[in-house]
Write a protein that binds this ligand. Structure first.
Ligand code: DX5
Ligand code: ZN
Length: 224
């Protein structure tokens, strides 16, 4: 049974003190740290690249969950591996040969994730379930934090979970206390949240409650 992993999105953090923000999230119980990498082509926004990941990994001993919202994901695999990325999650819409890219990521020593945008059918990644380490089902259009959770993406999570009971399935976008139940019930176990964690009055409590809800639902799913 895949256990809950809570991965706060640093996009909602203070980039001027990024390493301190990462450490703060770990001290509040974060399992992973979600780093949103955007190149201005795949999405209408630009964030960070391998040099920043490299600096951060020198200050941290944490699992860096890198969400690559970039047009040529094959281009950055070696740089991110060298920089200390733990998981390299590319978008299925951005590549011609996902299977070869997963091999390249594994050969570079990272875990491989495959992300799908809200309008992309889950059938595009279904056959990769045995090969990828994680599937990211986006619950907003990628590019910006603070958007509304799209509950209509939950059937994709459900379908994937039914076929792959042990796969890490991540959801990203608009996840908050009011919709974590829907994501957990559908079968997601890796929870990305920016706004709802960084803006919470009780960050540790929010992370802990996400974890409890996910693990409870995973337990129920395993017994079905
Ligand atoms: C959006 C990013 C998300 C974003 C989530 O393109 O992939 O990781 O930071 O932020 P919230 O939780 O605020 O929607
Ligand atoms: Zn993300």
């Amino acid at each position: 049974m895949p256990i809950a992993k809570i991965s706060p999105s640093l996009l909602s953090g203070d980039f001027g003190i990024l390493a301190a923000e990462c450490k703060r999230m770990v001290s509040h119980g974060a399992d992973w740290l979600h780093m949103d990498v955007m190149d201005g082509h795949f999405v209408p926004n630009i964030t960070i690249g391998a040099p920043v990941i490299s600096c951060l990994s020198k200050h941290l001993n944490a699992f860096l969950d890198c969400h690559m919202m970039v047009s040529h994901p094959e281009k950055w695999v070696d740089d991110f591996a060298k920089a200390g990325a733990s998981l390299y999650c590319f978008h299925i819409e951005a590549t011609q040969d996902a299977s070869a890219l997963i091999d390249k990521i594994h050969a570079a020593g990272m875990k491989a994730g495959v992300a799908v945008k809200p309008k992309t059918p889950i059938s595009t990644v279904m056959d990769l379930g045995h090969k990828m380490d994680m599937c990211l089902v986006m619950t907003v259009e990628p590019g910006f934090g603070g958007q509304r959770f799209m509950a209509e993406c939950m059937p994709k999570v459900k379908e994937l979970r039914a076929k792959y009971p042990d796969l890490d399935i991540e959801v990203d976008g608009g996840i908050a206390p009011e919709n974590i139940d829907a994501a957990a019930k559908a079968g997601a176990n890796v929870i990305v949240a920016g706004t709802s964690i960084f803006k919470a009055d009780d960050i540790s409590g929010t992370i802990e409650s996400f974890r409890t809800i996910v693990n409870t639902e995973q337990d129920l799913l395993a017994k079905k």
